[in-house]
Design a protein around this ligand. Structure first.
Ligand code: NDP
Length: 445
């Protein structure tokens, strides 16, 4: 790392103790930014990096609710409004028992650069709670969401901060959150949340966008090696929103997705995952992946273990952070991996990224590869602002154009800085320069 940036990194890590994921995200970005500061000493003078690493606002609040037995439950809610240089704070809400400030800050920090790369007018933010929706009834989830919004509503708004979904937050949760926001404020403010239902202000393609976008970005990377998804053997981790739609898109482009996972285990389906059955089990029934294997012949289910034991030519990690470590990366490379597109945020550890890069594997980092979700959220905001709704085809074309544009921005930035094919460097510099320029123009705030 550039010596000038090392000192700033040390201060940031010391100021934010115990936030391992945030540290990891910061260090990964800093490692790319040395050459930018050679060209732009004004960024150092204006302390852009120090300011970028300090969220503009952090909100932590109590979320009391009652379960179906009438017992009082207490969770912790978070919203980190990280950077508004390019537009209102924008980023999802995560409901998962592992959520704490360090996870929300890593996600919010990454979101700044991701949102800049989309070319849309959106700043970076993220939020969530340590609430676990798994195993909870609809009524419990509704009571939790209503309590969560009873505090959050005063901090958000279509020109201020626009939350969306992430792990554990899908259409059901966005519906309950929107309903409570409307009830408290007495405003039908469609643009305050994205990921809404189609009949009440949502956008077609938003549910598919992150998974589809990851595959479109990865297809663009494959094209640089004269190949495509057609005929590839693909492994996807996770079986939630991002994973299912990545499976669907990869198979639509001619690949065979042979495995996917959930937090209990993974299935291997050599004939190619049946997307209809996967949606039925995971989305409609909110069941476990094991149920998929019980309903389809020729499928094996492995309890526990790592889906990265299954060999593939293309890997799409779409579950969670740090799910793919150095050993798994080395195994995938030995077994003939050609490309990896991160649907999840920071799913590869730093060791894994080093293995991929040394082996010359095409590596699409999450802040570029999974930006299709937030980009389509920005398209939802556009439709809300003009009280319009676009067709599936039109919206999907916009998503495709955006993903091809992001790929081009990352690739050309990597070329410009003398590291062709380094998408990590391209994404970090491409996103950073845009935000830094806007921060400089807006003065010391
Ligand atoms: P979902 O909640 O829909 O699905 C998450 C999936 O990952 C589930 O299969 C879940 O398994 C699995 N998973 C979650 N946590 C763990 C864990 N600790 N260990 C193993 N498996 C786990 O979330 P999304 O699909 O929306 O999000 C997946 C990833 O994509 C996240 O990193 C998110 O930040 C990122 N992302 C999402 C976007 C979106 O638009 N939704 C946009 C950009 C990035 P189980 O079913 O057992 O819980």
């Amino acid at each position: 790392m550039d010596a000038r940036l090392e000192a700033i990194r040390d201060t940031v890590l010391a100021r934010n103790p115990g936030e391992a994921e945030f540290h990891q995200a910061v260090v990964e970005v800093f490692e790319s930014l040395g050459p930018v500061h050679d060209r732009h000493p004004e960024f150092l003078e204006a302390a852009i990096l120090e300011r970028l690493c300090e969220p503009e606002r952090q909100i932590i609040f109590r979320v009391p609710w009652t379960d179906d037995q009438g017992r009082v439950q207490i969770n912790r809610g978070f919203r980190v409004e990280f950077n508004s240089a390019l537009g209102p704070y924008k980023g999802g809400l995560r409901f998962h028992p592992s959520v704490y400030l360090g996870i929300v800050k890593f996600l919010g920090f990454e979101q700044i650069f991701k949102n800049a790369l989309t070319g849309m007018p959106i700043g970076g933010g993220k939020g969530g709670s340590d609430f676990d929706p798994r195993g909870r009834s609809d009524a419990e989830v509704m009571r939790f969401c209503q309590s969560f919004m009873t505090e959050l509503y005063r901090h958000i708004g279509e020109y201020t901060d626009v939350p969306a979904g992430d792990i554990g937050v899908g259409g059901r949760e966005i519906g309950y959150l929107f309903g409570q926001y409307k009830r408290i404020t007495n405003r039908y403010e469609s643009g305050v949340l994205t990921g809404k239902g189609i009949s009440w202000g949502g956008s077609l393609v938003r549910p598919e966008a992150t998974g589809f976008g990851t595959v479109i970005f990865t297809e663009e990377m494959l094209k640089t090696r004269g190949t495509s998804f057609d005929g590839q053997r693909v492994v996807v981790s996770g079986s939630g929103n991002v994973a299912i739609n990545a499976v669907a898109k990869a198979q639509a482009l001619g690949a065979t997705v042979v495995a996917c996972s959930d937090s209990s285990g993974y299935v291997v389906d050599e004939a190619g995952i049946d997307v209809g059955l996967l949606r039925q089990v995971k989305e409609t029934e909110r069941g476990r992946l094991k149920d998929y294997s019980l309903r389809r012949s020729g499928v094996s289910y492995v309890e526990g273990g790592s889906v990265w034991d299954v060999d593939a030519t293309v890997a799409l990690p779409c579950a969670t952070q740090n799910e793919l470590d150095g050993d798994a990366a080395a195994r995938l490379v030995r077994n003939g991996l050609l490309a990896i597109g991160e649907g999840a945020n920071m799913p590869s550890t730093r060791e894994a990224i080093a293995v991929f890069q040394e082996a010359g594997v095409l590596f699409g980092p999450g802040k570029a590869a999974n930006a299709g979700g937030v980009a389509t959220s920005a398209l939802e905001m556009q439709q809300n602002a003009s009280r319009d709704s676009w067709s599936f085809e039109h919206t999907e074309q916009r998503l495709t154009d955006i993903m091809v544009g992001i790929h081009h921005r990352c690739a050309s930035t990597a070329d410009e800085y003398g590291q062709p094919g380094n998408y990590v460097l391209g994404a970090n510099i491409g996103g950073f320069v845009k935000v830094a320029d806007a921060m400089l123009a807006q003065g010391l705030i």
